[in-house]
Design a protein around this ligand. Structure first.
Ligand code: HEC
Ligand code: HEC
Length: 362
């Protein structure tokens, strides 16, 4: 006999089955959910690159990406409708900012250097201190930040709803012309995932080689543990970073700017920051979370003799120190210049010039 409790349980399972069947119908050939709107889009990546993880609830579509592009360049998302995401993330600068600290709509500067945007579909944590766990979540931070766009997300959505073009574009992307905070952030996240950067001279998966050149010598310095020793953190995969967090020795007292520890509360994370990609350094100056260095030369000199040893500094930095002070590395001036020449091969002009990521209003 089925008692009443079991019966209720069965009913829930049964209706749950119907709901999940109707919303998660599968394409038998591809084992993918059948989409009811939008044209599926897949990011083109070179063979040998790991597939980009895409969240199940935000598959990429041509229409979603195009909408996200319009929103990325949309000034209405800011409090006084003067600043778009693109105001601080300039395509011509590999989506970074030329200012040490970006200036928000109220004329105030933040305390962090704007980060470049490329290959972020492979990253799991965002911002210098890792405070966002997905690109969808990230979008809400700059819109609401007092030193950035300083707008309520609900007012931003309202403005979009009243505009002429957006209800139609949201309908095309999400089968719903009623705009929500969720669909707005999903579209911008799709656009950011579409921004990939592979087309640089020394990309290992493209197998480009430059043997016997100064750039090759610089690559050797990058990998030599007695010289540059850079590859542990800035891996030589196509992303030039592990997307992990590390303390590279910028501050003598890392608790002055705890970085990742502000999110995790873990004392071992004090002074750790997101390891940036080294792509397009030629365009992304100034460097580091606080934009303290203007040139790649200053960065290289910092790793040679300018870093600080502290309790949380990475072993890959502290092993180049003795009695708490940096020991100059075994590299010649010529090798330092070669390292810089190698770093400059990480330039992807296709990223900077791709019309698909440019301002749709121009
Ligand atoms: C006023 C300048 C400014 C505006 C406007 C702005 N950003 Fe940023 N962005 C920054 C700064 C500064 C950081 C680093 C902040 C931090 O880590 O605390 C950043 C970080 C990011 C990152 C993190 C990248 C990574 O590798 O983790 C992404 C992605 C991003 N912004 C996207 C956006 C989007 C999308 C918008 C519009 C909704 C936007 N930004 C608007 C300045 C700005
Ligand atoms: C222990 C890991 C580690 C090692 C080793 C390391 N880096 Fe870094 N690198 C980082 C981190 C973390 C940052 C960001 C630090 C911050 O801003 O707080 C960074 C930042 C940079 C930047 C600035 C990029 C930007 O967009 O602001 C450059 C350039 C750079 N590193 C180059 C190098 C070179 C060249 C080497 C070898 C000589 C090297 N790094 C070794 C972890 C490391």
């Amino acid at each position: 006999m089925v008692n009443q409790r079991n019966f209720i349980y069965l009913v829930i399972i049964f209706t749950g089955g119907i709901i999940s069947f109707s919303s998660c119908a599968k394409d038998p050939d591809l084992d993918l959910p059948i989409r009811s709107c939008g044209t599926p889009y897949s990011v083109e990546i070179p063979a040998g690159t790991p597939p980009m993880p895409i969240p199940d609830d935000n598959p990429m579509t041509v229409e979603g990406i195009e909408l996200g592009r319009h929103l990325f360049y949309e000034k209405m998302l800011s409090g006084d409708s003067t600043q778009a995401c693109a105001g601080c993330h300039l395509q011509s600068k590999a989506f970074a900012d030329v200012n040490k600290f970006s200036i928000g709509i109220d004329g105030f500067a933040g305390t962090r250097n704007a980060m470049p945007i490329a290959n972020l579909g492979w990253s799991e944590k965002f911002f210098w201190d890792g405070k966002a766990n997905s690109l969808e979540e990230l979008v809400l931070f700059p819109i609401q930040s007092e030193v950035e766009m300083h707008e309520s997300v609900f007012r931003a959505v309202n403005k979009l709803q009243k505009s002429e073009k957006y209800p139609r574009m949201f309908f095309q992307a999400f089968c719903d012309s009623a705009i929500t905070v969720e669909t707005m952030s999903k579209a911008i996240a799709q656009f950011m995932r579409s921004i990939v950067s592979f087309n640089y001279r020394s990309n290992p998966v493209l197998g480009k080689d430059f043997r016997n050149s100064i750039q090759q010598q610089g690559l050797d310095v990058f990998e030599d543990e007695t010289k540059g020793d850079c590859f542990h953190c800035h891996t030589l995969t196509t992303f030039t970073t592990t997307f992990d967090f590390a303390n590279n020795g910028l501050n003598e007292d890392p608790s002055l700017d705890p970085g990742l520890a502000t999110q995790t509360g873990d004392p071992n994370d004090v002074g750790k920051f997101k390891i940036p990609s080294l792509l397009n350094l030629r365009h992304t100056a100034p460097y580091m979370h606080d934009g303290r260095f203007q040139t790649i030369r200053e960065v290289v000199d910092f790793y040679d003799t300018g870093f600080h040893v502290s309790p949380t500094v990475s072993i890959d930095i502290s092993k180049h120190a003795k009695d708490g002070k940096p020991v100059p590395r075994l590299w010649t001036e010529q090798e330092k210049l070669a390292l810089i020449a190698f770093l400059n091969t990480l330039e992807d002009t296709a990223l900077i010039n791709n019309p698909a990521w440019s301002d749709p209003n121009q």
